[in-house]
Design a protein around this ligand. Structure first.
Ligand SMILES: C[S@@+](CC[C@H](N)C(=O)[O-])C[C@H]1O[C@@H](n2cnc3c(N)ncnc32)[C@H](O)[C@@H]1O
Length: 278
């Protein structure tokens, strides 16, 4: 049925949905594939396939998506982590010093800081999101991957929930903020537009509203020599770089993902560092 409707991964989708409905792993399903399925389970499988036919992704239906080799629980307020974002994690792991402190803005499932902390056992993180429901998923994911003790989750808009008293500072600020222009959100594939939360997608009229706030305020929350890494849309390299240069950052650079598309802007906060005259 899914194949006839043009779903490119119909066979895999059907297998994953069947595994989920029957509570079986891939190997167990393969071993038992010729056994009859009782009526109740057949109805469950049919319902999951019906949902898939409406455009809902398999990950959203089964409530789990893999990212950086880890399984992340999803809910209606979380973006499905995308493979492109793994570049941000690779770069964060390269930029965070031993025992470093990381701030993640717009954490969603918590995929970025959880993947970093899972691979850097002495790092600590603070993760912010405007959505309480997204933070509930992020907390669950942090516990699941054994890093819950090293992450604090804060609800609020970008830097607002951070305590201004004593100004804790970070070695690295990362963010995959919403960066699609409001008009383009309407034109996205149903799988994204109808199922990923609007709050996770819409970056305002020019798609840059969150990047503007992050570029303007990040320096105040960074240690000297601290860095920022932000995900961007494929055509936002120049405009996001300009925001960080205007805000006084150095070494601003655009980095490409495995598809050769601009995906991350990095910026360096040298203020407060000793500089050597040439
Ligand atoms: C593109 S999603 C990224 C989620 C996750 N970091 C990832 O990479 O999959 C952007 C996230 O920003 C959050 N967000 C949107 N507006 C926000 C705001 N004003 N303050 C904090 N978080 C916000 C959304 O709820 C969403 O979780």
């Amino acid at each position: 049925m899914l194949g006839r409707l043009g779903f490119e991964t119909a066979a895999l989708d059907a297998k994953l949905l069947t595994q989920h409905a029957l509570g079986l792993g891939a190997l167990e399903l393969a071993i038992r594939e010729n056994e009859p399925v009782d009526e109740a389970h057949a109805a469950d499988i049919a319902e999951l396939v019906r949902r898939r036919m409406t455009g809902e992704s398999v990950a959203r239906i089964i409530g789990v998506r893999e990212f950086y080799g880890l399984a992340f629980t999803l809910n209606s307020a979380t973006l499905e982590p995308r493979p492109e974002t793994e570049l941000l994690v690779d770069m964060a792991l390269g930029a965070l010093p031993a025992g470093g402190r990381l701030l993640d803005l717009g954490t969603g499932t918590g995929c970025i800081p959880i993947a970093v902390l899972a691979n850097q056992p002495d790092a600590m993180a603070v993760a912010v999101d405007l959505s309480a429901l997204a933070l509930a998923a992020a907390r669950e994911n942090a516990q699941r991957h054994g890093v819950g003790e090293r992450i604090s989750f804060l609800e609020g808009s970008w830097f607002e929930p951070l305590s201004p008293d004593g100004r804790e500072r970070f070695d690295l600020i990362v963010s995959n903020p919403p960066y699609i222009t409001s008009a383009v959100v309407e034109t996205l594939a149903s799988e994204v537009k109808d199922f990923d939360p609007r709050l996770a997608l819409d970056g305002g009229p020019d798609g840059l509203a969150p990047h503007r706030i992050i570029a303007a305020e990040a320096a105040a929350w960074l240690k000297p020599n601290g860095r920022v890494l932000v995900e961007i849309g494929y055509d936002q390299g120049a405009s996001v770089s300009a925001l960080f240069l205007e805000a006084g950052f150095d070494d601003v650079a655009v980095h490409r993902d495995l598809n050769g598309l601009d995906r991350v802007v990095s910026a360096h906060h040298l203020e407060g560092c000793e500089t050597t005259a040439l």
